[in-house]
Design a binder for this molecule. Structure first.
Ligand code: COA
Length: 439
């Protein structure tokens, strides 16, 4: 192409509050309408961005909520009043979907293919991850689960040649011998066992996440990123099912429902453990208190070339300076942020010690603690306003939320580099590094 890569900035990033999956405040709300409201509000608060300037909109989504099936970004585009000439696409990299979308938009801007684009994330989850599948019943022979996927070749099972450069511990053989379709909860237990964590330290981490969120919310920290929505209160029957024929009262939804102000060590210690196994005779450690909840939500980020943003007189919140995506053994899914962040740091040309703020998706306390330690990042800089154990993790919506949250926090705190990172189902990690606009 012979062109220089251009700087990319995040002009603005925002989201809905995250609701509890299947029983929260977004159950009776169409996510296409909610997405359009979030996007419209962002454009309204950045009036220098004219609708026709938004060239491409991507949406990261895993479960394909029916109102957002196909290219969900296209429904949001139309409902937000953007021109038909704005192109749209859909991305699925599981939990990393909207961060992947943000990377794709940023890369298009970097190479000069577009000047401005939007990364959306959306998800509508059930009460538990993986629940409600219809098994192999009534599926034709092309649709049933492929049993060959449970076999692992020697190459796939063996530690990667650079294992010792990436991780500080070997992975126990007893866990590597397990099939590669472990539940997300099981992968958290596996990671905790490999790194010798205790349940108490995971619970303490969770208590801190809720405490920090409560303090930050009261200080108005989330005012920059949560766009309040007027939503219909869902009516549930005695079994907790939504009664769609009934219409509840309209309320303002502006606070994440995963947050439990009463979270303390006593309450968490008393929670029963979830159905996972130990393959190394360790204690069972994973509970609903140290695992993220399931959620519904929307996230969005507007990206632009730095040159164009400055020409328009905009004041971007951060510059995108590095990306990384990496695979790991599926049984240790939660460790994906370690290699992904190492790649992103190399891509940005900086060291872990230069990172001032981290937004690390708390899928499980079990995976955040060892990842941060192995990366050599100061825990005091991680999730300073609470994390996903309190905020929630609506899979496809989380990535753009993390990049937005760390960008806003970097601006507030005056730091230079911010890292957003998350683990991904199937055994991956994804990371983004942003830099303050003051540098
Ligand atoms: C962990 C999980 C199975 C729990 O589902 P659930 O049982 O519906 O969760 P609940 O919110 O009802 O919590 C269960 C109990 O723990 C309690 N609890 C949860 N968090 C708590 C907290 N912070 N403080 C005190 N109690 C808490 C609840 O009050 C509830 O108690 P009850 O049964 O007496 O009502 C579900 O949230 C899940 O699947 N999470 C993981 C999602 C995931 O894997 N995402 C992808 C990651 S890569």
């Amino acid at each position: 192409m012979g062109k220089e890569l251009r700087n990319v900035v995040i002009v603005d990033a925002a989201r809905s509050a995250f609701a509890r999956g299947a029983r929260g405040k977004l159950v009776a709300t169409r996510l296409d309408d909610a997405g359009a409201t979030v996007l419209r509000e962002m454009l309204d608060r950045n009036p220098k961005i004219q609708p026709h300037m938004v060239e491409d909109i991507g949406m990261g989504q895993v479960g394909q909520a029916s109102e957002l099936a196909g290219i969900g970004a296209d429904a949001v585009k139309k409902l937000a009043g953007l021109p038909q000439e704005t192109s749209t696409f859909q991305t699925n990299r599981q939990c990393g979907s909207s961060m992947e979308t943000l990377h794709r938009i940023a890369q298009s801007i970097m190479v000069g293919a577009i000047d401005c684009g939007v990364s959306l994330g959306a998800e509508r989850m059930g009460r538990q991850l993986g629940g409600g599948g219809r098994g192999n019943q009534d599926r034709n022979r092309n649709e049933v689960h492929n049993e060959k996927l449970l076999q692992t070749s020697d190459l796939q099972r063996a530690p990667a040649p650079n294992h010792g450069d990436v991780f500080s511990v070997p992975f126990p053989d007893a866990i590597l011998d397990q099939p590669t379709n472990a539940s997300m909860l099981q992968t958290a237990q596996n990671v905790a066992e490999a790194y010798g964590l205790s349940r108490a330290e995971q619970d303490e981490f969770a208590v801190e996440s809720h405490r920090k969120y409560g303090v930050a919310f009261d200080k108005g920290v989330y005012g920059d990123e949560i766009i309040p929505l007027e939503v219909e209160t869902p009516v549930f029957d005695d079994e907790g099912n939504w009664v769609s024929a009934e219409v509840g009262e309209m309320v303002t939804f502006d606070m994440d429902e995963g947050f439990r102000p009463s979270t303390n060590m006593e309450a968490l210690t008393n929670l029963r453990t979830l159905p996972v196994e130990s393959y190394t005779d360790a204690e069972i450690m994973i509970t609903a208190g140290n695992a993220c909840p399931t959620n519904d939500g929307i996230s969005a980020a507007i990206l632009m070339s730095e040159e164009k943003a400055l020409e328009l007189g905009l004041e971007p919140i951060a510059r995108v300076v590095g990306f990384g995506v990496a695979g790991v053994k599926q049984q240790f899914m939660g460790l994906g942020p370690i290699p992904a962040t190492r790649k992103a740091l190399a891509n940005a040309g900086i060291e872990a010690g230069q990172i001032d703020r981290v937004e690390f998706n708390e899928a499980f306390a079990a995976q955040v603690i060892p990842s941060i330690t192995d990366l050599g990042i100061d825990m005091a800089n991680v999730n300073v306003n609470g994390g996903s154990l309190a905020i929630g993790h609506p899979l496809g919506a989380t990535g753009a939320r993390l990049v937005g949250t760390v960008s806003h926090e970097l601006r507030r705190s005056g730091g230079r580099y911010g890292l957003a990172t998350q683990c991904i189902g199937a055994g991956m990690g994804i990371s983004t590094i942003v830099e303050s606009m003051d540098n």
